[in-house]
Design a protein around this ligand. Structure first.
Ligand code: NOJ
Length: 534
């Protein structure tokens, strides 16, 4: 049965934020050669798929998510030779490479935008979204930018506003323009021809906006601590029905190559998210990112419900996926604490579908408080009183106990966690109780058991403390997973049939090998994976 599953269904995705993974030329910023130097580590961990956040030339107003040239490499990360060497080496190791693609917007220094803003009759004018002021000179509508303030920026020279869903340095492209579509598909061809195995498409649900640019509904529950974009609901500025035709064009292009895949970054509730898989007539993304585990409160009943709802909503051919963190979110160990982060790891790696690991998650890396005067993230800088900076989750990878944890010998672009001398790859490698050891065991088990890779998800029991479920692929061993989401002990009893088996993996390594008959008592923050006897 394994044959019908593709690499992106079997293997685990590992997200590398390239600035922070490994510096090889000692300028304080990670680079492609650095990633190359650390491929052994990823293999040791059991990772086969790497997704690298943007590496293209960029003024770095949003650290690479503002691209000024889609077909080159930013000098800070290396050059095209480094890229070619990296992809060659990745493929030599039978690994895969996913690039981050940012089609919704460019940098304001991209030549297309420079042309577009040069005059109202420039041929590229309609490549971006330009609108007249409302009477009295005010902005065309009430749409808000994710990084603070209105989403409209006035251009004094041509006397129109342009739209930017993020920074004013990130003008949105006009995806209703066929020339834009063609240019972007050509850019995708460029990388596919280089052998890139897939793309993670930035803000996929933003790509098309309401044709009439109607005002978004006002959020009556807005409070001051929230990002300013939450003043309105993004009803007309995102998730428009026409976006699916665009996604389908991208998919059709991907399908002309062999076994390439596309992930969509989409923050939407499950019922809307699943539409990004497309339909059998008009296919969409292979994996619309499922962010339930990072959006929901860490409450076992809410999470159990979300798992069931997601499982029940997936289209017949839709392959699930799960994520605990990324470069935009508080790290899981900071959000739920280091003990529950172990339970989260067990959940991530035993649910049905492709897991994505954010670099350092496997070490239990935590957010690092960045002093105010060192904040670099525009989201933090533009809304300084709201504690929204994403820098804390982007600090350098903790490799060893040498200066700057082996990340760089120069001054790192962001400070490291002060615990790096004791919490790092080297120290955790030696420690059987470390997060790294837990991740390695989970990955090894998942990758060797058909039931965990492809088996059904069968809910068994949930209460206010724990979740229990079975993973089972016909003809293979069944696994019962029981996870305690609280710090208090809990007691599991077989609810219907009698479960007997042996613990093959646990958040507490000393439990491995013990047998379970019908019931089991778990300590707080404890989880077990049991190979059932029949
Ligand atoms: C989503 C990316 O993950 C985030 O880092 C970025 O700032 C925005 N898109 C804008 O590109």
């Amino acid at each position: 049965m394994e044959e019908k599953y593709l690499w992106w269904q079997k293997e685990i995705i590992y997200q590398i934020y390239p600035r922070s993974f490994q510096d090889s030329n000692n300028d304080g910023v990670g680079d492609l050669q650095g990633i190359m130097n650390r491929l052994d580590y990823l293999q040791e961990l059991g990772i086969k798929i790497i997704w690298i956040s943007p590496i293209y030339p960029s003024p770095m107003a949003d650290f690479g998510y503002d691209i000024s040239d889609y077909e080159d490499i930013a000098p800070v990360f290396g050059n095209m030779n480094d890229f070619d060497a990296l992809i060659k080496e990745i493929h030599k190791r039978e690994m895969k490479l996913i690039l981050d693609l940012v089609p919704n917007h460019t940098s304001d220094r991209h030549p297309w935008f420079i042309e577009s803003r040069s005059s109202r009759d420039n041929p590229k004018r309609n490549w971006y979204i330009w609108k007249d002021a409302r009477e009295g000179g005010s902005v065309p509508n009430n749409w808000m930018a994710a990084f603070g303030g209105s989403a409209w920026e006035w251009d004094a020279q041509t006397e129109q506003y342009y739209y930017h869903a993020f920074l004013k340095e990130q003008p949105d492209l006009n995806w209703r323009n066929p020339e834009v579509q063609e240019a972007m598909l050509n850019m995708m061809r460029f990388w596919l021809n280089k052998g890139v195995d897939g793309f993670r498409i930035d803000v996929m649900w933003h790509m098309i906006k309401d044709e009439q640019f109607r005002d978004n509904p006002v959020n009556p529950d807005y409070q001051n601590h929230m990002p300013t974009c939450d003043m309105v609901f993004q009803v007309y500025s995102t998730d428009q029905p026409e976006v699916h035709a665009i996604v389908n064009k991208m998919r059709q292009l991907m399908d002309t190559y062999s076994e390439r895949m596309m992930i969509g970054e989409i923050y939407l509730p499950i019922n809307k998210l699943i539409s990004y898989y497309g339909t059998s007539d008009s296919k969409g993304a292979h994996l619309p990112f499922n962010f339930q585990l990072l959006m929901l409160q860490w409450d076992v009943r809410k999470i159990a419900l979300a798992i069931t709802e997601y499982e029940g909503s997936l289209p017949a051919e839709g392959w699930p996926n799960w994520v605990l963190g990324n470069h935009d979110q508080v790290r899981i160990a900071s959000r739920i604490g280091k003990d529950q982060a172990r339970i989260a790891a067990m959940l991530l790696l035993t649910l049905r579908g492709t897991p994505t690991i954010y670099y350092g998650e496997e070490l239990g890396m935590r957010d690092v408080p960045i002093p105010f005067e060192e904040v670099l993230d525009p989201q933090g800088l533009n809304m300084p009183d709201k504690n929204l900076s994403r820098d804390p989750a982007r600090t350098p990878m903790q490799w060893d106990n040498s200066v700057n944890s082996g990340f760089t010998t120069a001054k790192p672009w962001l400070r490291l966690h002060r615990n790096y001398r004791s919490h790092n790859v080297e120290s955790e490698r030696m420690d059987k109780t470390s997060m790294l050891s837990l991740y390695k065991e989970l990955i090894a088990l998942r990758q060797s058991e058909a039931s965990l890779l492809y088996g059904h998800y069968i809910p068994v029991y949930t209460d206010q403390q724990m979740i229990a479920y079975i993973r089972h692929a016909e003809g293979n061993d069944r696994f019962l997973v029981i996870l305690n989401f609280t710090h208090k002990p809990c007691y599991f009893k077989s609810p219907h049939e009698i479960y007997n088996g042996t613990i093959v993996l646990s958040s507490s390594p000393d439990l491995v090998g013990q047998s379970m008959h019908y019931a089991i008592a778990l300590y707080g923050d404890e989880g077990v994976i049991i190979r059932l006897e029949n």
